[in-house]
Design a protein. Structure first.
Length: 178
């Protein structure tokens, strides 16, 4: 049997018996996310609203973030709205695997790009959930610890990129590329 045929057969068997509930994507480095971002902000989640869009065909979540500081970009707004495909309206839930998940009053740093598909005033998270870090205060050394939830994605081609553990490290890394 040819090696390529064996490989295809193994892949088919694995695909059949494996439950894959993830978006498969390349690792998004801080450099790539910084360059792809129109805005990088530190802020707090103020509200989360899920609504039907596209004439009732899809559910999207709209997350209002109060801007505490701008790391990259310019905005004269105090709040911005991040648009996420998926959400829950009533008893119906639509899921987009790998999208960033938000929680009320959560403090975050976000890599954002303007919604250019449908002219609006919303932003998308760059790199899906890779472009969102939750910020947790650390009382021990007064440094803000970053937490990244990569649930829903499978990363291929990991390059061992710098993954910051503290907010000040991430800001310094962003400044190198903006």
């Amino acid at each position: 049997m040819k090696p390529s045929l064996k490989l295809n057969l193994v892949f088919l068997i694995l695909a059949y018996y494996t439950n894959i509930d993830a978006t498969i994507m390349k690792e998004a480095s801080i450099e790539k996310m910084t360059k792809a971002s129109d805005l990088i902000i530190i802020g707090k989640v103020e509200s989360i609203n899920c609504i039907w869009v596209e004439n009732g065909k899809m559910i999207h979540t709209f997350v209002t973030i109060s801007i505490e500081s701008l790391v990259k970009g310019v905005s004269d707004k105090k709040n911005i709205v991040v648009e996420i495909p998926g959400g829950t309206v009533g008893e119906i839930t639509a899921m987009a695997m790998g999208e960033a998940k938000f929680f009320s009053q959560e403090k975050v740093i976000l890599f954002l790009r303007k919604n250019r598909i449908i002219p609006s005033k919303t932003y998308f998270v760059v790199g899906l959930c890779q472009g969102k870090f939750r910020i947790n205060p650390n009382d021990i050394d007064n440094r803000n610890v970053l937490v990244r939830n990569l649930e829903g994605i499978t990363i291929i081609e990991k390059k061992g990129s710098f993954i910051p553990r503290y907010l000040d490290e991430l800001i310094n890394e962003i400044k190198k590329f903006s």
